[in-house]
Design a binder for this molecule. Sequence first.
Ligand code: NDP
Ligand code: 2IT
Length: 463
Amino acid sequence: MYGINQCKINYLKYYYMKSKINAFMDLVKERNGQEPEFLQAVQEVADATIPYIVKQDIYHGKNLLLRMVEPERAITFRVPWVDDKGEIQVNRGYRIQMNSAIGPYKGGLRFHPTVNMSILKFLAFEQVFKNSLTTLPMGGGKGGSDFDPKGKSDNEIMRFCHSFMSELFRHIGPNTDVPAGDIGVGGREIGFLFGMYKKLRNEFTGVLTGKGESWGGSLIRPEATGYGTVYFAESMLETRGDSIKGKTVTVSGSGNVAQFAAEKILQLGGTVLTLSDSSGYVYDEDGIDEAKLDFVMELKNVKRGRISEYVKKYPKAKFVKGKTPWEIKCDVAMPCATQNELHGDDAKILLKNGCMCVSEGANMPSTIEAVHTFQEAKILYAPGKASNAGGVATSGLEMSQNSLRLKWTREEVDSKLKEIMSDIHDKCIEYGTDKDGYIDYVKGANIAGFVKVADAMLAQGIV
Ligand code: NDP
Ligand code: 2IT
């Protein structure tokens, strides 16, 4: 029990820290007031790192975080293309080159109608810390377009990708900026983007990751984000003497990350209860087994259909329109669809139903209120920048293989991925363990990510 004086000191310390964080956020809001997702991502980092920074003489007073929130460069450009009816369409293209202190800019491209400056700056900012955590030399960036790939023919996708790259190519390169996939950008799009880059530069280089197996791609890259999210959950559960085996898991999304998270959960002996897309979720009480998952992969990746079609094939399952899967009782939750898909109320329902672990496959899927709810309940909760870092880490491994002009086996890449996820987990323990032994993965991931980038920025001076 604390005495009255200790309580007073703690109270004063809390308000001193709060005022420091608020003063910083006021500055960030002044410049970025119209960017709610970006402000949300910065708030999380500020809350986690400012109490650490003020205690470190080497970092305090250097305005490092203020420098980190300003992109080194933000490019927007016109993307004109011709649709199948012969009509001219115009979309907006972006690349945010956020921070190159520890390596070339690295991060995905997102094609989705909701893409704007706020979304891409939040993703690029998160990427800086995530890439720092991977132990590999990669800076942070993100890009994309408000182009909607849904319902477009392969030829339309190709014309759009070619037009997009006909401008982006002058801003990127294997030692400058290396894009990859994200929502709406998978193997097909990376192929078209790579083809145009190669033609314009007359160079075959590792300028994009997520490439096809026969033209420079790394084995395991398609699986890596989902697999890594499950490896991270396994490491978290191990801290409590537990494992995925025998656990029920709700997964959201049914794209790249969700599919391979589900595959790894099944391999480790867990049961996958749900998958979703932006129309709603499917709940299969009997579990989505390997054969059912194969059906989903074919449905989503080849036929480009909707998840609701699952219940036509498996009528015992139900489709819940317009909702997210967090109302289903589970041991572990893995949000793998998009940002802010898990709200404070969802977090409360998950806890009430006995959920003990949340491993984020998506970027910032939990709102700030949901994150606080998990932290207060002291369950195992990992923010995406730690738990979904396996995707970009394996992109880093693809870059290494391209530079070496070598190709590693599945087993080699998978074992490196496992090692990286375990190293990230160790870093979270190092920087995030509270006095009572609770591992605050938000604090751990953000401080560990910050330290490496901050040290490089200090060494390189005010640039
Ligand atoms: P995909 O495009 O392959 O799949 C996205 C999935 O999320 C689809 O099921 C999609 O449904 C759903 N979704 C997208 N937007 C929304 C929305 N607004 N509301 C509800 N559902 C939505 O993308 P990925 O699987 O690659 O990406 C998923 C998440 O993982 C993103 O947050 C991404 O940033 C993150 N991530 C991806 C990595 C990667 O390597 N690909 C690496 C690290 C993180 P619908 O078809 O209806 O749109
Ligand atoms: O959010 C992410 O980490 C990604 N979309 C993957 C980025 C990459 O460069 O592989």
